[in-house]
Design a protein around this ligand. Structure first.
Ligand SMILES: *Cc1c(COP(=O)(O)O)cnc(C)c1O
Length: 421
């Protein structure tokens, strides 16, 4: 694509203030090559790569600090407990969690949503009640609610989206009623990148006394998230989407609501006292953390957030927005390519189909160039159904991607056309 010299200069200035070279050097996997080709990793919405700071935190924990938490009086157990609880505080600070709210460690966003669907659902949802989600949801914010509805005889209502991939708010407003028990929508769509108008969604629900859960798995890596300002009741996210390890995530929740919810899983750590006659439960957040938690990964999650804080989420967001604009324009140059998801407010996701090549063939050909994108339904089959496609090819951006990598992808897409068109 034609980029003027002035534009090129501008890019260099922007990149130098952000120090992209330093950031890239923090991620060992980005230095790997395959058959002489450097890795171009554009599958960050599936999982993001981990910087040395995270890898080192894991090594340090298993090398010098490994013990079970909340149990031992010995030095290692106390150290592990302190580190684990420090990680919880780091997460609360990073997301500006207000006082009186809780951070509960889970396996990820999926488990966090399941916890609320199961436990809040058990306490508050009955026959004829309604749960509102949207057409843009990840399967993990659809299926738990579907199962709850089946169990309770409740009804799932779905906010429709327009052709650009934006929720239709008038329809949402009309859906809210005294039967609505909870609204559960994503903050940012993983399939299309749409940044949803969650402030309005929360305001409208709260006006009717309805709590709101946000699936924040895709917002957390791309923008500053201020839970105090958002004022949602639950927020679910995963560490591996924010450059941390897999298998750990959080449920942020309003303590008043959490205290009125029955236990999700049971066993050690979530109890105060146990006898065969009666068991009493631990206080928050431990009441929802049954069994030995994922201590090492919780600590490494904290390290990932430290890493992001040092660079700044606003800086990362600005850098990625520029990259998204560049990528959106660059893809337009590819013959027969159609972008799916053209919302006004978007995070770094470029989902597309091509006239002559199936997404899986696109993914395969790009992989031959060591360019990693995702081809498929992105765990959001209803979104694909909405656009009448079985799948899309998706390039999703991270904090370490560059214009050169987008150029490499575009060049490979021209090759796809040569092979298939
Ligand atoms: C990745 C993702 C999830 C699921 O996260 P897990 O880590 O697999 O539990 C849910 N919602 C969105 C929007 C996601 O991107």
């Amino acid at each position: 694509m034609a980029v003027s010299t002035d534009e090129k200069r501008e890019v260099r200035v922007a990149e130098s203030s952000y120090d992209i070279a330093k950031i890239r050097s923090d991620f060992p996997i980005l230095q790997m090559e395959r058959a002489g080709k450097p890795l171009v990793y554009l599958d960050n919405a599936a999982t993001a790569q981990t910087p040395n700071a995270v890898i080192d935190a894991l090594t340090r924990y298993y090398t010098c600090e490994n013990a079970n938490v909340h149990r031992g009086v010995h030095y290692l157990s106390q150290t592990a407990t302190t580190r684990y609880e420090d990680a919880r505080k780091k997460i609360a600070n990073f997301f500006h969690a207000p006082v009186g709210c809780e951070i509960i460690f889970t396996r990820g966003a999926t488990e966090a949503i399941n916890l609320v669907a199961s436990s809040y659902g058990e306490a508050h949802v009955g026959e004829g009640d309604e749960i509102i989600i949207s057409h843009l949801e990840h399967h993990s914010n659809i299926v738990p609610w579907q199962i709850l509805c089946e169990r309770k005889g409740a009804k799932l209502r779905v906010i429709p989206i327009n052709d650009a991939g934006e929720m239709i708010l008038e329809e949402y407003e009309a859906m809210l009623s005294p039967r609505t028990k909870i609204v559960a929508v994503n903050h940012v769509s993983n399939a299309l990148g749409t940044i949803n108008p969650v402030e309005t969604i929360i305001e409208l629900a709260h006006a009717q006394g309805v709590p709101v859960l946000l699936d924040g798995a895709q917002a957390a890596p791309h923008m500053p998230v201020d839970l105090k300002a958002l004022n949602c009741d639950f927020y679910a996210f995963s560490a591996h989407k924010v450059y941390g390890p897999t298998g750990i995530g959080c449920l942020y929740g309003n303590a008043k609501l959490l205290n009125a919810m029955p236990p999700y899983q049971s066993g050690g750590d979530m109890i105060m006292s146990v006898s065969f006659e009666k068991t009493t439960y631990n206080s928050l957040p431990y009441r929802f953390e049954a069994g030995t938690p994922n201590i090492a990964d919780a600590i490494a999650f904290g390290a990932a957030l430290d890493y992001l804080s040092a660079i700044g989420m606003a800086e990362i967001a600005a850098y990625e927005q520029e990259l998204l604009a560049y990528g959106t324009e660059a893809l337009q140059e590819v013959k027969g390519l159609e972008l799916i998801g053209t919302a006004k407010h978007k995070a770094g996701v470029l989902s597309f189909v091509m006239e002559h090549a199936h997404p899986h063939d696109i993914g395969q050909l790009l992989d031959d160039e060591n360019i990693a994108i995702r081809a498929g339904h992105h765990c959001a089959q209803p979104v694909m159904q909405r656009y009448g496609v079985p799948a899309t090819a998706r390039a999703s951006l991270g904090m370490y991607n560059t214009r050169e990598e987008i150029d490499a992808m575009v060049e490979a897409l021209h090759k796809v056309n040569k092979v298939f068109a």
